[in-house]
Design a protein around this ligand. Structure first.
Ligand code: HEC
Length: 275
């Protein structure tokens, strides 16, 4: 008979085969293997800061989406990255890599930290695959804001891809109704959120789940003032990282931008998007 300890071990043991990726497209849900038709390439892995010989599949082969659509990737640590279909070839999903001595490794070493996270002691770890990209804006991400933050430095193993229009992507995290006052500021705040925050923060349980949800629990709009929001984002306190928290500071966020984000958060609270 299995003791509960053995059972627990069995449950947490990583599966030997790289897990298939769940793809949602056109109202259908299919699973795609990462090993069928795998190819080998030598690529600069920007996240790890090394060039490796990797085996896996390029995203444009794994998910075929018409140009103009987004392929929204979800990683097992809750980070999401909306990749433009036309740039999907810049993202390679690797399941193994070959060392200089020819030995094939099925696991990827944890990434200790990326330059913009140099206060963050916690590594990114990988279960059975790793997204390899060679530049920070791979996948057609919007130009990095200010100090060059890129969500690719925090992606772990890919679990799901969802094909949708850019419009549908934004609608899922936008207020149902524009506020009577401050509609323009709320809209600018929404654009800022999409460029700077959407990779980690979900809205009403939709989207990313790496950081705190904007609405679930006590909404951020109620817990933060414009000033404390700016302070939280721009100068994330040292004691936060010592407590094991992982939000990278975005030092360049201005007071005006914090106000626009705050207006957006208030608009979301007043008219939450449907889940
Ligand atoms: C790389 C991922 C990441 C990005 C990008 C990110 N955050 Fe965070 N954020 C987190 C994580 C993780 C936490 C929870 C732990 C912490 O406080 O560090 C958090 C916490 C917060 C908190 C505190 C929540 C609370 O419960 O008090 C606020 C406010 C916040 N983020 C706002 C933002 C805003 C606004 C942006 C965009 C300008 C942003 N974050 C971008 C990961 C991120």
């Amino acid at each position: 008979m299995l003791t509960s300890a053995v059972l627990a071990l069995l449950l947490i043991a990583p599966s030997a085969a790289p897990g298939p990726i769940v793809v949602h497209q056109g109202g259908k849900r299919v699973t795609r293997s990462l090993t069928d038709g795998a190819e080998t390439r030598s690529l600069l892995d920007m996240q790890a800061g090394v060039t490796r010989t990797v085996t896996g599949v390029p995203l444009d082969r794994l998910v075929r989406a018409p140009s103009g659509q987004l392929i929204v990737l979800r990683f097992d640590n809750g980070v999401i990255v909306p990749v433009q279909a036309a740039h999907a070839g810049e993202v390679f999903i690797a399941t193994s890599w070959t060392r200089a001595d020819g030995v094939v490794e099925k696991t990827f070493p944890p990434v200790p930290r990326a330059p913009e996270f140099n206060l963050d002691p916690r590594p990114v770890t990988f279960a059975h695959n790793k997204a390899v990209v060679s530049k920070g804006n791979a996948g057609g991400l919007p130009a990095p804001v200010g100090h060059g933050f890129t969500p690719w430095s925090r992606t772990s193993s890919l679990v799901e891809a969802r094909v949708m229009s850019p419009r549908a992507f934004v609608d899922r995290i936008a207020p149902k109704k524009a506020p009577a006052e401050g509609a323009t500021a709320a809209r600018t705040g929404q654009d800022l959120f999409v460029r700077r925050c959407v990779y980690c923060h979900g809205v009403n349980d939709v989207g990313a789940s790496f950081g705190t949800d904007v609405l679930v629990g006590v909404p951020l709009a109620d817990r933060y003032t414009v000033e404390s929001l700016q302070a939280q984002v721009a100068t994330h306190k040292l004691d936060d990282y010592q407590a094991g928290l992982m939000m990278p500071p975005q030092h360049d966020l201005t007071r005006a931008e914090a106000r626009q984000l705050h207006t957006f958060f208030r608009a979301l609270k007043a008219a939450p998007p449907t889940r």
